[in-house]
Write a protein that binds this ligand. Structure first.
Ligand SMILES: [Fe+2]
Ligand SMILES: [Fe+2]
Length: 178
């Protein structure tokens, strides 16, 4: 899959999350010093798709749909962190569960693959333990990779604030005004 095809797939699956106000607010929340929460989660989704496809080629069954949703939601709890958490430690421990709670609102039919993968994405750090599904391990790995990449070679704060599909007025408006 080309980068454009991956982006299109991510938006196809995750438009309900991406267009949500909390995700769009994530473009204004600094993350990993050189990027935004929204751009970071898109990077994680992209890395997750590549890793998921690679594992599928090896014969591993991966729920790509849930993988994308979990990736897009995994750090949404960080939006508004300075008003919500007393310090970085509290943010580190609580944001996965706050992200899970937001995912339940944004995706009412989210299953355990999505929710557990979000709740456990900080593993081996934090109180939630390791993921229960392969998709959760993929998100965890993609998150670590993207976090390092954000620091050394960031894609910027506003990745995807311009439309990538050309098919969604909402998307274009969000890109223009977020
Ligand atoms: Fe996180
Ligand atoms: Fe993250």
């Amino acid at each position: 899959m080309s980068k454009e095809e991956v982006d299109r797939y991510i938006y196809e699956v995750g438009s309900g999350v991406i267009d949500a106000s909390v995700f769009q607010a994530g473009y204004f929340q600094k993350h990993h010093m050189r990027t935004s929460v929204a751009a970071h989660t898109l990077n994680v989704a992209q890395s997750s798709v590549y890793l998921g496809r690679f594992l599928e080629h090896l014969g591993v069954r991966v729920n790509m749909h849930d993988l994308v949703l979990a990736s897009l939601c995994h750090d949404l709890g960080i939006v508004g962190r300075y008003a919500k958490y007393a310090n970085n430690r509290e943010c580190c421990n609580r944001h996965p569960l706050d992200s899970e709670a937001l995912a339940k609102k944004l995706i009412p039919d989210a299953d355990d693959v999505v929710l557990n993968s979000i709740a456990c994405h900080m593993w081996p750090i934090g109180p939630t333990g390791h993921p229960s599904h392969i998709e959760g391990f993929i998100v965890t790995l993609a998150d670590k990779y993207s976090s390092v990449k954000d620091l050394v070679k960031p894609n910027g704060w506003d990745r995807w604030r311009k439309p990538v599909t050309g098919s969604s007025t909402t998307r274009q408006n969000a890109g223009a005004t977020a």
